[in-house]
Design a protein around this ligand. Structure first.
Ligand SMILES: [Zn+2]
Length: 187
């Protein structure tokens, strides 16, 4: 076996160790390595460009394949993780947003998902406004409506929350009616 062939075999067999060593060296000597590389590239600019060009040409397909794979894997991974998190935290996220909005307004108040479950049970799973089930074939979720609007100083304590359909909540007339009811209530 020729020497270079043996060396190649050894490198392949110890690739992991070598990579770890070189990573550790780089970590410990980051600035030094960077400076050496920078100097080398500056002094051998043409050579480096030529080397890179040749390398790219020789490995065009591998590079394209590698990039494609990397993007695919990372896109899938990213969206998978995001999807999972959103599923697990959808309700928590919505509650946090409401609590935060009230906090920003200086109204204060907050509620937990447990408190919301109690409220859901108290409403018997029905929309407060239309009295139809919150979870029906059209709606899989609901809105947390502030009885006293945040804009009018309403807090995010559970006492100020009621659960309504998205559709009911979106309907301006219904919303205005609620605000009016509240305003006449405190008059
Ligand atoms: Zn409704």
């Amino acid at each position: 076996m020729a020497y270079s062939e043996a060396a190649q075999k050894w490198r392949e067999a110890n690739r992991k160790t070598l990579a770890e060593k070189s990573r550790a060296y780089y970590k410990a000597n980051r600035d030094k390595v960077k400076e050496t590389n920078r100097k080398y590239i500056l002094a051998n600019h043409e050579k480096v460009l030529e080397f890179r060009r040749k390398y790219r040409e020789a490995h065009r397909e591998q590079i394209a394949e590698y990039l494609r794979k990397w993007q695919q894997e990372n896109r899938d991974k990213k969206s998978r993780i995001a999807k999972k998190w959103n599923m697990a935290n959808r309700d928590k996220k919505a509650i946090l947003q409401l609590n935060r909005r009230a906090l920003i307004k200086g109204n204060g108040g907050s509620f937990t998902s447990e408190e919301e479950m109690t409220l859901f049970a108290a409403q018997e799973g029905l929309c407060v406004w239309c009295r139809n089930p919150l979870f029906n074939s059209f709606e899989k979720s609901y809105h947390r409506h502030h009885k006293r609007p945040i804009s009018l100083g309403g807090t995010s304590y559970i006492e100020n929350i009621e659960l309504v359909h998205h559709e009911c909540h979106k309907s301006k007339g219904a919303h205005k009616q609620q605000v009016d009811t509240w305003l006449t209530h405190i008059d």
